[in-house]
Write a protein that binds this ligand. Structure first.
Ligand SMILES: [Cu+2]
Length: 158
């Protein structure tokens, strides 16, 4: 009789956990708008270097204090590996890999992306304090993985 009761409690707890997970997924999808990359965020890693916008990676100003960076990663570097912006800049990164899976994280910000060949990852960071912000690859990608880095240089507003 007692065993039966415990079983019922554990079954109920398992069902509650499943409902909790479903709730967490629903909040991510419907409240935060998190989704898997759609077709428009896909590229061919073999031709990405020849096709815009990744044919000319770098920074573009899209509005007052607003910037867009197209960033290519490959073994074992980022292009560009130095990005200059004025303090207060809001920068949206569009990044991808032309070979293996890399990571992209900028110290001092909460930007952290996985760069998967064939997919374009997008994330935004705001740089209020002048200084140098190191960015690194955080996904082991081979022999010289630890040398894969660059920096965002945030300059004092003139
Ligand atoms: Cu790496």
């Amino acid at each position: 009789m007692r065993v039966d009761l415990y079983e019922k409690v554990w079954i109920a707890l398992s069902l509650l956990m499943l409902l909790g997970f479903l709730g967490a997924i629903s909040v991510s999808v419907f409240v935060h708008g998190i989704s898997l990359p759609g077709a428009e965020q896909r590229i061919d890693p073999k031709t990405v270097v020849n096709e815009p916008p990744f044919a000319t990676p770098g920074i573009r100003e899209t509005g007052p204090g607003e910037y867009e960076v197209y960033l290519l990663s490959m073994v074992w570097s980022f292009v560009p590996n130095e990005i200059r912006v004025p303090a207060g800049a809001r920068v949206t990164f569009h990044a991808t890999s032309r070979d293996v899976t890399h990571g992209f994280t900028i110290h001092g910000t909460n930007l952290n992306l996985m760069l998967i060949p064939g997919l374009v990852a997008t994330g935004t960071a705001t740089f209020n304090k002048p200084g140098e912000y190191l960015f690194i690859c955080h996904e082991y990608c081979g022999l010289a993985h630890q040398t894969m880095a660059g920096k965002v240089i945030v300059e004092e507003k003139s």
